[in-house]
Design a protein around this ligand. Structure first.
Ligand code: GLC
Ligand code: MG
Length: 559
């Protein structure tokens, strides 16, 4: 523990709402059908009107784009697809002018196979310093023809690929927890550690306000790379039982990085640069270790994201999550959608069991009921934005965008689709370019009408120009929720549960010095009577008797 790191009880990030932009799908300025940095800069006012505190940008670095930029070939430059470093600086300047902070993605678990280090590693001998930056091993079997262990890639298929020697003979194998074009770094190598310190400083010096750390639970692997257990149950067994995830040594990396971002603290200014982990780790207590006072600031709560839409499951997930982070003095970090999982306006349309699903949805799957999905999504968001802590929104959820569930196979780009032989259709359905204007080409996404994934027709009706100022629209609901959350400082509040019956989720959030707000969600078929008081916002209209309908959340100031 570093004594000098005091818990920053007032710091901006403890209740910040942060909006994720997936650069290739937000706004295309040059008409090539792929979103870019100038496109983002020109649409930042949308985020100001929405009322968020910060924007997180998924990777825009130099990359062959085999995993949509999560395969980085140069950590210090912008891919020409997205613009230039000057475009990046302009984006940050404009965001700061508008009072928005900027968080960038950092991908430390693996590089692209096009990274100069990996090219050098392939060209070098086994046992060389070049190979020692990655995880090269001899194969098993008589002639090394079998992979070094039984690990599977997250995208399907083996996690090892065999190299070919300069003379054409088969060589060593290298590890890739994701696509074969994403070789894993060896984080026990001081050279790798030092390189990432430099990368952090490079972007900190350019003025970024923080980093989202990709695959934060994967950097260190179990010593000796033992086989993974065959009988491991992903849904319930602690993540750390697997040899590639959640190893104690990752925490050393984050203590080191925390010291670096602390160097950028300005005395007397609310200007912390933050670190947020993407760590798919259970149980909650293991995840909370990432946000101990001398480690990261935040860690996405994916357990919450996957929680079924029932009052019991929701209450249980929220209670456990709040307790786990409170025990280490950190706020909780809520999220319902991102670029890796089906959008919650679609996910929640499935039966309770299937609401836990995070795999892609394709034309051969049962199709969702869009009305039910959106209604539940609005109710779920109204719960999330009332919870103490920080929250992340994914681009387009403020429009109520559904997942694209009928993308044809030939449009699919996610490597998961190919690597699983189509068994998992992958994540393209949540990455479809967003609409801006119902009556413009590509619904305003690009001036030419090009779009790297086809947009579903319904995106037109959901474009901001159709929702702006329209009472009851999802966009206006999000604006109201965010403004009200800010007004009552709900993100800084304390949560108390109430029992209003089997089918109802009910809690109060109170922040000292502010009126307390009661949050009530009806999961049942019967309408629910509301307590006396002032209704601040409802996720859908109340009935004619002023009662709360099914799958609706209301915020009330009791009185
Ligand atoms: C993270 C990213 C995901 C990417 C993977 C490999 O899970 O969110 O999009 O494919 O890491 O970098
Ligand atoms: Mg473009």
């Amino acid at each position: 523990m570093v004594d000098s790191i005091e818990p920053q009880t007032e710091a901006w990030w403890r209740d910040a709402v942060i909006y994720q932009v997936y650069p290739r799908s937000w706004a295309d300025s040059d008409g090539d059908g792929i979103g870019d940095l100038p496109g983002i800069t020109s649409h930042l006012d949308h985020l100001v009107d929405l009322g968020v505190d910060a924007v997180w940008l998924s990777p825009f670095y130099t990359s062959p784009q085999n995993d949509a930029g999560y395969d980085v070939a140069d950590y210090r430059d912008v891919d020409p697809l997205f613009g230039t470093l000057a475009d990046f600086d302009a984006l940050v300047d404009r965001a700061h002018e508008l009072g928005l902070r900027v968080i960038v993605d950092l991908v430390p678990n693996h590089s692209s196979s096009e990274h100069p280090w990996f090219r050098a590693a392939l060209a070098a001998e086994p046992g060389s310093p070049e190979r020692a930056r990655y995880i090269f091993r001899d194969g098993r079997g008589e002639n090394g023809e079998l992979p070094p262990n039984n690990w599977q890639s997250n995208f399907g298929g083996p996690a090892w690929t065999r190299t070919t020697n300069p003379d054409g003979s088969p060589g060593q194998w290298y590890l890739h927890l994701f696509d074969e074009t994403q070789p894993d770094f060896d984080w026990t190598n001081p050279e790798v550690q030092e390189e990432f310190r430099r990368i952090l400083r490079f972007w900190l010096d350019r003025g970024v306000d923080g980093f989202r750390i990709d695959v934060a639970h994967g950097l260190h692997k179990a010593e000796g790379l033992p086989d993974a257990p065959e009988d491991y149950d992903l849904a319930v067994d602690p993540t750390g039982l697997q040899p590639m995830w959640d190893k104690p040594a990752v925490h050393e990396v984050y203590r080191d990085w925390r010291r670096i971002v602390e160097e950028y603290r300005v005395e007397g200014e609310d200007a912390d640069r933050i670190l947020v982990a993407e760590a798919w780790v259970i149980p909650d207590e293991a995840l909370a270790k990432y946000v101990r006072p001398d480690e990261l600031h935040q860690s996405f709560n994916f357990g919450y994201l996957m929680t079924p839409w029932t009052p019991h499951a929701q209450r249980d997930a929220i209670t456990r999550a709040l307790a786990a982070t409170a025990a280490v003095g950190a706020p909780q970090t809520w999220v319902l959608s991102n670029h890796d999982v089906p959008r919650h306006a679609t996910r929640l349309a499935y039966d309770i069991d299937r609401a836990t699903r995070v795999r892609g949805i394709g034309p051969d799957d049962p199709q969702p009921d869009p009305v039910l999905g959106l209604r539940r999504a609005r109710a779920a968001t109204a719960v999330m934005l009332a919870l103490p802590g920080s929250a992340y929104l994914y681009q387009g959820e403020e429009l109520g965008l559904p997942e694209h569930t009928t993308l044809p196979p030939e449009a699919r780009q996610d490597p998961t689709f190919v690597r699983t032989g189509g068994e998992d259709v992958g994540r393209d359905g949540c990455r479809v370019p967003v609409p801006w204007h119902a009556d413009k080409p590509a619904f305003g996404f690009s001036p030419t009408g090009r779009s790297w994934l086809p947009q579903p027709e319904v995106y037109g009706d959901l474009a901001p120009n159709r929702q702006d100022g329209v009472a009851g629209s999802t966009l206006e609901l999000y604006r109201t929720l965010l403004a009200t959350r800010r007004h009552y400082r709900l993100g800084r509040g304390e949560l108390t549960w109430h029992d209003l019956g089997e089918d109802v989720l009910a809690f109060t959030v109170a922040c000292p010095g502010h009126r307390r707000v009661q949050v009530i969600t009806n999961f049942g078929a019967e309408p629910v009577e509301l307590p006396h008081g002032q209704i601040l916002v409802a996720s859908d209209a109340l009935d004619e008797h002023h009662r709360l309908g099914t799958d609706t959340t209301v915020w009330v100031v009791p009185g």
